[in-house]
Each structure stands twice: as structure tokens, then as C-alpha cells.
Write a protein that binds this ligand. Structure first.
Ligand code: GLC
Length: 532
């Protein structure tokens, strides 16, 4: 157990800084706020904290539009606050992972300001500028993820620039070595300040087709998906040479001890795993979002786990993500009872789990009245359900009117259920989802079978998914009832000793002896030690 690096053994917890804890009453979370809550991470039992972007930003995409790769956004605090946070986390044995947003900058970044100042500016080629098509329209049919053309006309210099996201987020030209050097220098800036790694934003987007070919139509598009899915993104993402860049980033990370490179990549499993890189010299953890994207059905999830396990290159370490700031909250999708089953799944699968803040207290999507919408995606494609504000609402710390998040007006509305659903109330309730999360995290931390062991499917039928994790003679069985059907029975793998229940999502059964078979109640997940 001693030899596995922390990012394999550990659990990652994502903080969305705007929404975690406000310290100065402006309604927006900040670094001093996170500092105030630093003991919470240890109490919960996680190992690493990943912060969504804290760099100076005009907030067109809430920090994912970076105006300076080496500073701290004043709303969040100062570099001194940052150093204090690093020290506080490290002092408690916790790691800090920063978001790195290399694909694009803010249109206010000095690099882009220079680039758009004239065609002969030395930074012109740091971004993606193209002439108009013969009819004066955009150079090709590429679409922005947030809707509409990905090309924005710049009248002053008479060319279009490319933006995969909002028009305030021009894409950098990663084919230009000067761009690479500049971003790598920024990575060093933070690594030198003790940061333990990066989560690289839209890693699969970094390079685009050098011939600027149109994207082909997507035959599966039916109008219910976001507009950009009208086309297959074959010429705008996942280009073969992107792996060179990932390998360069990894080589840089490896100049430092014990750091981690995580990639945000939305691709089917077979293409996702290529981001581990040739000879595993790519990302340590290409984020695996498949649990979020797969129907919540025992057979489907079992099939997914098997496909992923089979697709992993030899020696690659798996990972699983249940939620993030871009996707609806899991508890909203599957309901409170199955949210507990999902917690057990996430924390017992083979691979580093990533938790999204608030999921541990069962936070749900909060409806956002039209006048309070912040997310640029919702503004561009209103009413379609693509908006991401509902899953970004303030953390619920206690039962007070503002949930302990702020003393001012929260930037997004607080959830209606905050009086019951908050850290303080749930931490006093042994049957709460928070208590379950803590118990599961503790079990994972103390059980090499759960954190590092092998994986084997035991059953995937009748609405039940069961699997075994083994390490050095220790064996754990996890059995999950994905529905509300009672008395789901599964046969235990043959063994000479009866099993002992370590945890149930229902909070009881601990210490129960099971022999031969195990019966699950509705919505129940159980962990059984098969080796005493
Ligand atoms: C990533 C981020 C998302 C952001 C986008 C553009 O997908 O997670 O929040 O809008 O990149 O930076």
C-alpha cells in the first residue's frame, strides 16, 4: 500500500470556489473562506482538493476565461491567501490541484489584446485567425459549445478568430511553440509554489485540424441536444498530435516530485484511454465521466465498468467521477435513495474517485429564476436545460438563513432544503448521506482491497450489480441494488469463511454475518468483507 502514489490511493474533492465559502460578505466564495473550512476536508477524509479556476478573470465563463495565468482574481483573494491555503492544506497532509485552462484565454488577456491589435503584432499568431469565406461568412462550419458559430468577426483587423466556447474565450494557437512555452512557464510558476498538480481544462480540444476542414453532420442529432452537437467534432477536437502536447505537459510535471496531471476529456472510452499516452507518458488520470453519461441501470453500469477496465492500457490507473460543475447533480438525476448507492459505487470501484462539493450532503440542482441566470451557455441557449448554474449553488454549511455560506447576498440562490440538508445538521445524524460518505471514505482509506485491489464482476442481473475487490488475500464484495425491488439475492463467491457486513447504504447491518448468499433490500448497497 505504501508504494502507490497519493493520486492512486487518494480521493479528489472538487471545490467550486465561488460557491464554497464566502469570507467577506460579497456573496461570492473566496480563498479565505476555503481556508476557514480547511478542517472539513480532513474530517470528511478526502486527500486532495481541486480548485476550479481562481485566476484573474472577467468571469464571462466564471473563471474559465483567464486574463492572467499567474495571478489570483481579487474576488477570490491574493497570492498571499493562496500561499496560506497551500500551507494549511499541506500542513494537514492534503494536496492541492489547480485548474489549468490552456485551450483559451479571456479576450481581455494581454496576449489577446495584443493579438487583435493588428495583423503584424508579434502575438497575432498566438490565437487562431482566419480570413472570411468568399461570401464574407465564417471560414468554415465550426460551432461553439455554447451555441452559434465558433468564429467571431474582428472588424478592426478584418479577420475571424476561433473560440470553441464563448466569444470572450478566444482559443490559443497551440501549434505556435511560443504559446506552449508561455503556458508551460505558468505551470512552473504554480508548481514552484507547491501546487500538487493540474486538472487540465478541455485537454482534448487543444489542437484543431490544420487544414480547417468542415465538421460533418451528426446523424444522431435530433434538436434536443445542444446546437454544437449538430456536427461531429472530428476536426475541432481529439487531433492525433494533441498527444505530443499532453506528453510535454507530463514531462514538465515529472520534473517535480509526486505531482499529478489530470485531463478533462469528454470522449468515448476507447479514445479517452489514449490520453494515458504512449508508454503511459501522458495524463496520469484522463477524467472518466462515464458514470455521469451512462443510464443508471445495473446492467449498463456493470457493462461500462467492464468495458473501461478492458480498455485501460497495461499499468494505467483508472478513475471515476460522479459530478462536476458542468453536469446536473447526481442526486437530482437518480433521487436520494439511489444517490447513496451511487456513493457506494464511486467509493468502491477500482480507480481514483472524484467528489463534487456538496454531493456528500446530497445537494440537488437548484432551479434558477430567469433573472438570476449567470451561465453563458444558458444565456445563449435558454430554456433547453443546458445551463450549469443549478449545480453551482452555494455550499450548505448550517441551518441559518444563508446556510453559513455568506453574510451578504449569495451570487446564486441557496437551495430551499438548506435547513435540513447541510453539513451541521447531517453531521449529527448517523443515518445521513454525509455519515455514509464519511464511513465509505474511511473504509476505502483503511482497506487496501478497496483502494488498490483488483476488480472482478460477480453479478449483473435482476437490477443488482455486484463485484469483488481483492488485495493480498483480502477480499471485499460490493453488492448494489439499483432499484426499489426488495429481496434481491446474490450468491456469494465460494469461500471457507462466512462474510461480514462492513457497511450498508441503509446505515445498519454492520457486523452481520452472511453465508452462501446475500439479500439486498430496496435501494440497498452493501459491502461485505469475505476474509473476516
Ligand atoms: C470546461 C469547464 C467548463 C468550461 C469550459 C470552457 O469544460 O469545465 O466549465 O465552461 O471548459 O473553459
Amino acid at each position: 500500500m505504501g508504494h502507490a502514489p497519493w493520486w492512486q490511493r487518494g480521493i479528489v474533492y472538487q471545490v467550486y470556489p465561488r460557491s464554497f465559502q464566502d469570507s467577506n460578505g460579497d456573496g461570492v466564495g473566496d480563498l479565505k473562506g476555503i481556508l476557514r473550512r480547511v478542517d472539513y476536508f480532513g474530517w470528511l477524509g478526502v486527500d486532495a482538493v481541486w480548485l476550479s479556476p481562481i485566476y484573474p478573470s472577467p468571469m464571462a465563463d466564471f473563471g474559465y476565461d483567464v486574463a492572467d495565468y499567474r495571478g489570483i482574481e481579487p474576488v477570490f483573494g491574493t497570492l498571499d491567501d493562496f500561499s496560506e491555503l497551500v500551507a494549511a492544506l499541506h500542513g494537514r497532509g492534503l494536496k492541492l490541484i489547480l485548474d489549468l485552462v490552456p485551450n483559451h484565454t479571456s479576450d481581455r488577456h494581454p496576449w489577446f489584446v495584443a493579438s487583435r491589435s493588428g495583423r503584424s503584432d508579434p502575438k497575432r499568431d498566438w490565437y487562431i485567425w482566419r480570413d472570411a469565406a468568399p461570401d464574407g461568412g465564417p471560414p468554415n462550419n465550426w460551432l461553439s459549445t455554447f451555441g452559434g458559430s465558433a468564429w467571431e468577426w474582428d472588424a478592426a483587423t478584418g479577420q475571424y478568430y476561433y473560440h470553441a466556447f464563448a466569444r470572450e474565450q478566444p482559443d490559443l494557437n497551440w501549434r505556435n511553440p511560443a504559446v506552449r512555452r508561455a503556458v508551460y512557464d505558468a505551470m512552473r510558476f504554480w508548481l514552484d509554489r507547491g501546487v500538487d498538480g493540474f486538472r487540465v481544462d478541455v485537454m482534448w480540444h487543444l489542437l484543431k485540424d490544420p487544414a480547417w476542414r468542415d465538421n460533418p453532420p451528426n446523424p444522431a442529432y435530433d434538436g434536443s441536444q445542444p446546437e454544437f452537437q449538430r456536427l461531429l467534432e472530428v476536426n475541432t477536437t481529439d487531433q492525433p498530435d494533441v498527444h505530443e502536447i499532453v506528453a510535454e505537459m507530463r514531462a514538465l510535471i515529472d520534473e517535480y516530485d509526486d505531482r499529478v496531471l489530470i485531463g478533462e476529456i469528454y470522449l468515448p472510452i476507447e479514445r479517452l484511454v489514449a490520453y494515458y499516452g504512449r508508454d503511459l507518458a501522458g495524463a496520469h488520470l484522463p477524467f472518466n465521466f462515464q458514470l455521469i453519461l451512462t443510464a443508471w441501470d445495473a446492467g449498463r453500469i456493470a457493462g461500462l465498468v467492464e468495458r473501461y477496465e478492458a480498455a485501460l492500457p497495461a499499468g494505467a490507473w483508472p478513475n471515476w467521477v460522479l459530478g462536476n460543475h458542468d453536469k446536473p447533480r447526481f442526486a437530482s438525476r437518480v433521487g436520494p435513495a439511489q444517490a447513496r448507492v451511487a456513493a457506494m459505487l464511486l467509493l468502491t470501484l477500482r480507480g481514483t474517485p472524484t467528489l463534487y462539493y456538496g454531493d456528500e450532503i446530497g445537494m440537488r440542482d437548484v432551479p434558477i429564476p430567469p433573472g438570476m441566470v449567470h451561465d453563458p451557455w444558458e444565456k445563449n441557449e435558454p430554456g433547453m436545460g443546458f445551463g450549469r448554474d443549478p449545480q453551482r449553488t452555494p455550499m450548505q454549511w448550517d441551518a441559518s438563513a444563508l446556510a453559513g455560506f455568506t453574510t451578504g447576498t449569495p451570487w446564486l440562490p441557496l437551495a430551499d432544503d438548506r435547513a435540513a440538508c447541510n453539513v451541521e445538521v447531517l453531521s449529527d445524524d448517523a443515518g445521513s448521506i454525509l455519515a455514509l460518505y464519511r464511513q465509505l471514505i474511511e473504509l476505502r482509506r483503511t482497506s487496501p482491497a478497496l483502494s488498490l485491489g483488483t476488480y472482478r464482476t460477480v453479478a449483473a442481473e435482476g437490477g443488482v450489480f455486484a463485484y469483488e475487490r481483492r488485495y493480498d488475500g483480502a477480499s471485499m464484495l460490493v453488492a448494489l441494488n439499483f432499484g426499489d425491488q426488495p429481496d434481491r439475492r446474490i450468491e456469494l463467491p465460494p469461500g471457507d469463511r462466512p462474510g461480514r457486513v462492513l457497511a450498508s447504504t441503509h446505515g445498519d447491518r454492520q457486523g452481520e454475518t452472511v453465508a452462501g448468499a446475500l439479500t439486498l433490500r430496496p435501494d440497498e448497497g452493501v459491502i461485505v468483507s469475505l476474509t473476516g
